[in-house]
Design a protein around this ligand. Structure first.
Ligand code: ADP
Length: 144
């Protein structure tokens, strides 16, 4: 499989994201991590900050690059030669939304979505929780 995309908001990138990116990079020739810019103005970090943090934490992975998209993810995939979207599934609660997105993206552009099960070390980890813990002074050093 050639080039795949790992999309997300990455506000901020967590060790759970990084685990999926690293595992995807072992299986595919090229991985583009794409930060969705549509809703970024409601987030904590700017799109540029998210991209630069992702570049830093993936700098040891030669087949991983970082990009951004605005609009539809499937349009980004088509114009960048991406053949599949890779997503992590943390729990059953992720499944319904992800299945809907995968089916819609296939309907829109025949782009496949591949799912990887979350590393159990990180299956409780989501960016919004990290932001909340950091806001109240909790220790997030092992999470991001
Ligand atoms: P979050 O849900 O943490 O706010 P994103 O919207 O940036 O993060 O997530 C993008 C994708 O990254 C999710 O759809 C999911 O597939 C994957 N992901 C996020 N957190 C984890 C995790 N802890 N383990 C595995 N995959 C994850």
């Amino acid at each position: 499989m050639g080039r795949v995309a790992c999309p997300g908001s990455f506000d901020p990138a967590t060790n759970g994201h990084l685990d999926i990116i690293r595992r995807a990079a072992l299986l595919h020739d090229e991985v583009i991590v794409v930060v969705g810019a549509n809703l970024a103005k409601h987030g904590l970090f700017t799109v540029e900050e998210r991209v630069s943090m992702l570049e830093e934490v993936t700098s040891d992975l030669p087949n991983v690059s970082v990009g951004t998209f605005r609009g539809l993810l499937v349009d980004f995939c088509r114009s960048n030669g991406v053949s599949a979207i890779v997503k992590g599934l943390r729990a059953v609660s992720d499944f319904e939304y992800e299945m809907e997105m995968a089916q819609m993206n296939y309907r829109l552009a025949q782009i496949e979505t591949l799912f990887m099960t979350a590393n159990p070390l990180y299956s409780f980890l989501r960016s919004s929780l990290v932001r909340e813990i950091a806001t109240y002074g909790g220790d997030i050093t092992s999470l991001v």
